[in-house]
Design a protein around this ligand. Structure first.
Ligand code: SF4
Length: 218
């Protein structure tokens, strides 16, 4: 099976419309930072804390001291580092975007990405998550779930993040934000529900007929 066909299968079997549970671009961006190295349940606990305190806005997070943010996002783990990243991100929004993350849409995708990557603690996966889910830029995200599924199915995956990202973008059924969101959610749902790190559920997996089951890769 070629990659194009596999990606189409993943979109069809496992892609979830409206997969990201927030619709506010700023909240999505904050959650993209919170989700680094933790699971979604913990992200939502931190999200609820920020909402309850009235802090889930650029103004709210700008005007509060960092220890309050640390306490609120503690459930997401690495809370001291993440609080610093959130502060850097919010400062960036005021310094470069006039207080509105939506103003990133005025830039080309390359320039918007470069700006995000200039923020301390924002790496490629986080930047691309913000670009795709918060701002609807047509860009793919490469995460550990994507790499695990591709490797186990039997595809060579380059170590270079951007090389793999472009391969996925070029072979996706369509090159628009909605398709990239479905593809990303498809990889993540497939990995979480079937292609688990240990004890994958191959017999129930919707792509078992095309998978080489290279289970020595995690
Ligand atoms: S068949 Fe098994 S190894 Fe292959 S993608 Fe499905 S769960 Fe993963």
């Amino acid at each position: 099976m070629n990659l194009q066909t596999l990606l189409k299968r993943i979109v069809e079997c496992c892609g979830v419309p409206d997969w990201w549970p927030s619709s506010d671009p700023f909240e999505i961006a904050i959650q993209a930072i919170l989700t680094q190295n933790t699971n979604w349940k913990n992200v939502m606990k931190a999200t609820m804390n920020l909402r309850k305190l009235g802090l889930m806005s650029p103004e709210g997070l700008q005007n509060v001291d960092i220890s309050t943010i640390e306490d609120a996002i503690r459930p997401s783990g690495f809370y001291k580092i993440k609080a610093k990243r959130i502060k850097s991100f919010v400062n960036f929004i005021f310094e470069k975007l006039n207080g509105k993350i939506e103003n990133l849409k005025k830039y080309s995708i390359e320039d918007a990405r470069e700006l995000l990557l200039s923020i301390s603690g924002i790496g490629k996966e986080t930047a691309d998550t913000i670009l795709l889910f918060a701002l609807d830029f047509p860009i793919m995200i490469v995460d550990s779930y994507t790499i695990r599924v591709l490797k186990r199915v039997g595809f060579e995956t380059p170590n270079d993040y951007d090389k793999l990202r472009r391969i996925l973008e070029n072979n996706a059924p369509k090159k628009d934000p909605e398709t990239f969101k479905l593809l990303h959610s498809g990889f993540d749902e497939l990995a979480k529900r079937f292609c688990k790190k240990s004890k994958p559920l191959c017999e129930e997996c919707p792509i078992r007929d095309v998978c080489k089951r290279k289970l020595d890769t995690i």
